[in-house]
Structure formats: C-alpha cells, structure tokens
Design a binder for this molecule. Sequence first.
Ligand code: GLP
Length: 285
Amino acid sequence: MAPDRTAAALRTADIVERFVSSASPAALGIATGETMQQPLAEIAGRCQRGALSLASTEVYLLDEYIGLQPDDPCSFANTVDRLLVGPTDLSPSAVHALNSHNPDLYAECDAYERRVRAAGIGLQLLGIGTNGHIAFNEPGSSLASSTRVVRLSEQTRSDNARSFPDGAQPPAVAITQGIGTILMARELLLVACGQQKAQSVARAVEGPVTRSVPASALQLHPNVTVVLDPPAASLLAGGASTGDFGVVPSLDCRATGDDRGSPSVCREFRRGLRGRRDDGGYQRA
Ligand code: GLP
C-alpha cells in the first residue's frame, strides 16, 4: 500500500480512536468502500493490540445494495462484519445496517431514518465517489434528502465493479441514508485517496454547493475534517484557496505510527467550531 494512503488511514483511525474513547456510548457512522478498508483494518489492529475498544460503540452503516444475497461478501453489512465485528470487541448487536431484504423497503427506510436520528451520530465517516456522491446519494439528490431507495448511476456501478468478483456487475439499486440525514451528524470525516478522486474532491470542497455534486453539501456543515492523500488533493487550489473550507494547506504530514516523521504523506484540513474565525471564515487544523 502506498505510504500516502497508509498515512491517511492512520490519521482516520486516530480521529475515530479519539471519538470512540471520548464518548460512551459512541454512535459512529461507518462508510464502506475501498477507501475505508485500510482505516477499518487499522482500527481493528488497534483493538487487537488492546489499544482501543469498541465495546461501547454503536455502529451505523450508510448504505446497502439491493439484490445481493444475505451472505454475499460484497454487501456492506458483511464487509463491516468481516472488517470490524470479527476482529474486535464490537458486538454484532451494536451494528445497525439497512436491511435491503425487508419486503417493505419504504418502511425500512423510515425506520432506519428514525433510528439514526434517535442515535445522534457523533462522528460520520464518508468516502466520495468519482461523480461526487456520498453514501449512495448520486448527483441530482436533494441536499435535504432522507433515507430512501435510489437508482445507481452507471458511473458508480462501473467504479464499484472492482469490488465484485470478475465479471459481476454491482446491483442497479440501493438503499441509502440521505444527504440531510448525513448532515445531522455532529462531526463529519471525509476520506479520499487516489488521483481518480481529485476532481470530485476539488468540486466538493472548492466548487459551489449544488445537488450535482452531492459531497458539496459538506460545505453546509460546521464541523468537517477532510483527509486526503496527495493525489486526491492534487486539483485543489492549495494555499491560494479562500473557499468555504478556508485555506487548504499544503500540509505536512500529520501521520502517526510507522509513518511518523515522513514528509508530506497525507493532507488534512478541517473547519470546526473551534477553528471558526470571528469573520465567519475557517482556518486550517
Ligand atoms: C461507494 C459507497 C460509499 C463510498 C464511496 C467511495 O459507492 N456507496 O459509501 O464511501 O462510494 O467508494 P470507494 O472508497 O470504493 O471509492
């Protein structure tokens, strides 16, 4: 794994560790997808080494495909079972997932939306699609949307085909928390790695808030951290930016663990209540 990506994973795990160690019970929103595999593996490793416990954590998933068998390893629920429940002390009963096998999917959406609202997610992890989606909120989604059944774009299906066995196509429909649901979390953490994410990251962070880039809705949230590897950050205007996320730093490494001390391996910026300036702008972390 590229060291830059490892640094982003370590930083993500640090933020999760800080959150789960300070809240009890901790309501943690989890994203799945390739980007999250290494951070989740790092979190699992810390649990196995006794440095972290998820015994008081409740985990809420963002989305799920419709049409996969319950035991399909590509389902997001099974991914979380494999990456987190198996290797850690996270209780299976503390994992809340969308049940895409409920014969009444509308009731499922409604019940899940209520469950997430009642839980009050403290920290929500997010990936981003190459078309700017978050969870499975595709371009065109209302920025106020709630949990619902959605049709996936061809772009997303073709991007996600890499996670499916040879030749298998991802389902065309899914169930997802809405953008409005996601924005209710107290803190958001977006993680993106790789050149293929550079354009959607730049549009989300520095472009206008628009339903054609669902991740741009993060600009409406007061407490967001964005962790990027350098390729994913490569199209940002950099230090010259005065966009809504404030100055985007050409930040040196904030990595920990094995990569401590190596230069420039991940980039991070945040805006938050603590970082808010008097003039309403935001400063780097
Ligand atoms: C997927 C998922 C998202 C995920 C994002 C990025 O389609 N629905 O929850 O965060 O897109 O995925 P990846 O990390 O595999 O690029």
